[in-house]
Write a protein that binds this ligand. Structure first.
Ligand SMILES: Cc1ncc(COP(=O)(O)O)c(C=O)c1O
Length: 435
């Protein structure tokens, strides 16, 4: 090329949830039977979308206008429905103009960070679902700015650490959090959310809440939304239906903007994000048309309740499976359907292994390990792939230095799930004790 066409931050774009699949696929082709625990897709794991949701989609598909382009910010009825539903909670009030649809929350995330001033930083949790910190770092050309979720404290963050980081870094303009959280299953308690709002108010920041999993809360925890307690502080909530209907292939998510008029800079930023949407024409339209039908259907709440009851049972199984296992910590998730196991500091080394019977898989494994850059937790994950055929995601793939792995509560088959948890439980001491 006559000039350098590679973005200086091109190396920041790593998505371990799918990258690990490339290796797992090679091992599978080599004859290892694979169990996929890497991705948060309930449908791929066998959850059945209820027939009545499919019927709503069929009805929408019969409307000719559902095949047309829609308004740039999304179908009017869907935006009005989302705004009404938010307003009925009694917190920050919005109009349909504060709602904008995207091709999935992932798309909304990428747009959000692209239109921020390059010098403005967003403080993100560590660990966290990596797209936020990845896009933020890519956009600013710097390493992510992170606050910590602490596994020794039920994954709760320390609000004083957040305050200190904001105080020290004048370029921080926003704080992002995911509630319920991916990869930890943490449900943010109300008092911590209030603490975040106070920090934002004190320092003139806005808040970004990824609330993709807000209807998936269990074990007696309460789902508190950003809009419930944001008061006058500017903020953005990201919501979608990938996890909720669930319908990951719909590629449908949206932004809700709170208190646009509270700050002129925030308003100009939001306007620029919305202007950019017009250039793109519109997001997937047909699926937006199903939202008022599906979410207002009397069966919807019951459907979510049934799913949450199943996840609650599995969260207990997960917790029990790792209770008392030396060298690891596993916190019971109370939301989403994701859960993580963290190795004790110093527990992993590069001499540990599991016996790998499949010679071709061993060859693939040795090749990957040979370059010497594999993190200790990814090394464990790779051995698990080659020796057992369970595909989880290393925790260092979630913007974190904590060694561990993320798995899911999604396996619907009781005996298969019991096998997954008990095998993980068995293989951890075997791996740790092997050297
Ligand atoms: C916290 C979080 N946000 C966003 C997404 C992406 O959602 P979507 O399918 O709506 O793009 C995911 C997917 O796993 C997620 O876990």
């Amino acid at each position: 090329m006559r000039c350098n066409i590679v973005h200086p931050q091109a190396g920041e774009l790593v998505y371990e949830i799918r990258r690990i699949v490339l290796l797992a696929k090679q091992m599978e082709a080599a004859g290892v039977s694979m169990t996929w625990e890497n991705i948060g897709d309930p449908v791929a794991k066998g959850e059945q979308v209820p027939a009545w949701i499919v019927e709503h989609l069929e009805e929408v598909a019969r409307e000719n206008k559902s095949w047309a382009y829609g308004p740039s910010k999304g179908v009017d009825e869907a935006r009005a429905f989302v705004a009404r539903r938010n307003n009925a909670r009694g917190g920050a009030q919005i109009t349909p103009e504060d709602v904008c649809f995207y091709n999935g929350v992932g798309d909304a995330v990428s747009k959000l960070y692209s239109f921020l001033n390059r010098k403005a930083r967003v403080l993100c949790p560590s660990p966290s679902y990596s797209i936020h910190a990845t896009y933020e770092a890519y956009h600013t050309g710097k390493h992510p700015l992170l606050f910590h979720l602490d596994p020794a404290n039920g994954w709760l963050p320390d609000i004083d650490e957040i305050r200190r980081l904001v105080d020290r870094n004048r370029e921080v303009a926003a704080i992002m959090f995911i509630n319920p959280d991916n990869p930890t299953g943490l449900v943010w308690p109300e008092e911590l959310l209030r603490g975040l709002v106070q920090v934002a108010a004190r320092y003139g920041l806005f808040l970004i809440a990824d609330e993709s999993y807000n209807r998936l809360v269990f074990n007696g925890k309460k789902s508190t939304l950003l809009s419930d307690l944001i008061g006058e502080v500017p903020g953005i909530s990201l919501k979608g239906i990938s996890k909720e209907y669930p319908w990951p292939s719909s590629r449908c998510g949206w932004m809700e903007i709170y208190n646009q008029d509270a700050d002129p800079d925030f308003k100009r930023f939001v306007d620029s994000v919305f202007d950019a949407k017009m250039i793109e024409v519109c997001a997937t339209t047909q699926v937006q048309m199903t939202i008022p039908q599906v979410m207002a259907d009397a069966r919807y709440d019951k459907h979510l309740e049934t799913r949450c009851t199943a996840y609650a049972k599995r969260s207990e199984e997960f917790y029990e499976a790792f209770l008392g296992v030396e060298g690891v910590e596993a916190v019971r998730p109370n939301g989403a359907f994701l859960c993580s196991v963290i190795f004790d500091r110093g527990a992993l080394n590069d001499r540990q292994s599991l016996p790998v019977e499949n010679r071709a898989a061993k060859q693939i494994l040795d090749q990957v390990l040979a370059d010497g850059t594999v993190t200790p937790d990814k090394r464990f994950v790779l051995y698990l792939l080659a020796a057992i055929g369970i595909c989880v995601v290393p925790m260092t793939g979630f913007t974190s230095k904590l060694p561990g792995f993320r798995t899911t509560l999604l396996e619907p088959d009781d005996s298969k799930r019991a096998w997954i948890f008990s095998t993980l439980r068995e293989k951890i001491p075997e791996y740790l004790g092997s050297a």
